[in-house]
Design a protein around this ligand. Structure first.
Ligand code: FES
Length: 248
């Protein structure tokens, strides 16, 4: 499936060809990333009430054109794979629905906007609400353009793409740079139309999607928020380039 705002750049290789940016989900193993996909660390910026407000990129991570990212959560070289999945007999069975976002999402009509929501891929980052309200309540009040604009801002910061919106029947997505953001203590945020290729041969090509890297999601390969309950921790280790695994 391809949605607006989801056309990734391609990396021109040394042979003069182009390699599309791609994340391959491997059987019971890591994410194989090809096409020189930029890698960085991201964290949410929160209010004094711990409400997520926006995103900050905290670090650019050096990585070779092809690299493997940990999917089991147990690597000693996160975010890169160090082969631990084989030692712990990681079960990475992909349990997510093979259907696409359009089939999974529920529509919430408002005034001048329709919000859509696919609960199955929500990673519970929390940008959809604050201590006063949330987007599901706000959509009924979108005749007020200030509320409509606030709802759009909140939906556009949803990293998983569970929430999207349409204006006049047209899907509008934030113009996100193609890359992978390693979220502190959370999933991989794949943005800008980098192809996610699943084991069954299907492809997810979206402006934003979050992939599980703790190994605990019940909706693999997508994050379902289980990293919080499982206490998953990884918030950076300095220069990881030397640890970038090209081995399975
Ligand atoms: S990173 Fe595994 S469930 Fe979120």
């Amino acid at each position: 499936m391809t949605t607006p705002g989801s056309k990734a750049d391609s990396h021109r290789d040394t042979a003069g060809g182009t390699k599309p940016m791609r994340v391959q989900v491997t059987d019971d193993g890591p994410y194989l990333v090809t096409g020189q996909v930029p890698l960085s660390r991201r964290r949410p910026v929160v209010s004094e009430y711990e409400e997520p407000l926006t995103w900050q990129t905290t670090e650019t991570i050096g990585a070779p054109p092809t690299y493997r990212l940990c999917r089991c959560g147990a690597s000693g070289r996160k975010p890169f794979c160090d082969g631990t999945h084989a030692k712990i007999d990681f079960d990475g069975t992909e349990t997510a629905s093979p259907s696409d976002y359009d089939a999974r999402a529920k529509a919430y009509p408002g005034t001048g906007i329709t919000m859509r929501d696919d609960r199955s891929v929500c990673e519970h980052a929390g940008f959809c609400g604050n201590r006063v309200t949330n987007v599901w309540k706000m959509v009924a009040d979108t005749a007020d353009t200030q509320i409509r604009a606030q709802l759009i801002a909140m939906v556009e910061r949803c990293p998983s793409g569970a929430l999207t919106y349409e204006v006049a029947g047209e899907v509008i997505e934030p113009d996100l740079r193609s890359g992978i953001g390693v979220i502190d203590d959370g999933p991989l945020a794949v943005t800008g139309g980098v192809t996610v290729a699943r084991g069954d041969g299907s492809e997810e090509v979206r402006a934003r999607v979050t992939l599980c890297r703790c190994g605990q999601s019940a909706n693999k390969p997508f994050c379902d928020g289980s990293h919080s309950a499982s206490g998953f921790r990884d918030a950076g280790m300095g220069d990881n380039a030397a640890h970038a695994s090209t081995e399975p």
